[in-house]
Ligand binder design. Structure first.
Ligand SMILES: Nc1ncnc2c1ncn2[C@@H]1O[C@H](COP(=O)(O)OP(=O)(O)OP(=O)(O)O)[C@@H](O)[C@H]1O
Ligand SMILES: [Mg+2]
Length: 238
């Protein structure tokens, strides 16, 4: 059974349909990436998984159970953390308080201090700056904080929307290493959205490519990377 399964999903904003009959599955213990041009619906899919947007039709299953009618806090409690696009840390709260907010679900609360130690081990800079206001962190540090906050809930599935946007290559490399470690050391399943196709497919087991709200390519990352269709989606149809 896949860890996460989307089946025949239709998503609309008012009368405007932006996702069409989309089905995909993410296997437990894997890293998968969702690719596609701007406006193709990547964030809409991520937001549908955590109930921030409600699909008009179709089903979303996590660990075999329907979650598409659950309130967001229950979806999080079942083990999905969502690091939203553009980081969204609370700028006027300290780094530490931002992290502690991530552990509000009961599954996080029980092991709060262990998990905080784990996050500080992954991101030593957050430990050094725990008393600092989050809004005064650099862009890279804020992204680390957003990911760290997601990890505080001890998720089984981590959703990350464009984690590398606007970051320096050295920070990107550091984050790539963190994702690989989470996957390897904790068996964490990760679904990420990314614009940089080669980087995303380079770190993933499987790739999914959207075009105008429809899934047009899926497969093992290497095959997707080498496919002619991928070039057609990103460089335009011949
Ligand atoms: N709240 C909303 N109300 C109306 N339309 C929306 C809303 N959010 C997104 N859309 C539209 O839905 C489509 C998909 O948007 P979405 O943000 O999911 O794309 P994306 O692939 O994440 O794009 P990007 O790469 O720019 O982040 C776009 O046409 C967008 O204008
Ligand atoms: Mg987006």
């Amino acid at each position: 059974m896949p860890l996460l399964e989307l089946e025949a999903l239709d998503v609309c904003y008012g009368d405007l349909q932006v996702i069409w009959a989309l089905s995909l599955a993410v296997e437990r213990g894997t890293i998968a990436c969702l690719l596609g041009p701007n406006g193709s619906g990547k964030s809409t899919i991520m937001n549908s998984i955590t109930g921030l947007v409600r699909p008009r039709a179709g089903a979303i299953r996590f660990q075999g159970e329907r979650i598409d009618r659950l309130p967001t806090y229950e979806i999080i409690e079942r083990g999905i953390a969502h690091v939203l696009e553009r980081r969204r840390v609370f700028p006027f709260m300290s780094v530490l308080d931002n992290l502690l907010l991530g552990s509000f679900p009961p599954r996080g609360k029980a092991k709060r201090s262990d998990q905080l130690a784990r996050v500080f081990a992954l991101f030593p800079v957050l430990a050094q700056r725990q008393a600092q206001l989050a809004g005064t962190l650099s862009g890279g540090e804020q992204q680390m904080l957003a990911i760290g906050r997601g990890l505080m809930a001890r998720p089984t599935l981590l959703l990350v929307d464009e984690p590398f946007l606007g970051l320096a290559p050295v920070v990107i490399r550091e984050l790539l290493d963190i994702f690989a470690r989470l996957n390897r050391e904790e068996g964490m399943t990760i679904l990420l959205v990314e614009q940089n196709v080669e980087m995303a497919l380079g770190m993933s087991h499987r790739g999914f490519v959207l075009e105008s709200g429809r899934l047009v390519i899926q497969g093992p990352a290497r095959e997707v990377l080498e496919s002619v269709e991928l070039r057609q989606v990103f460089l335009g149809r011949p």
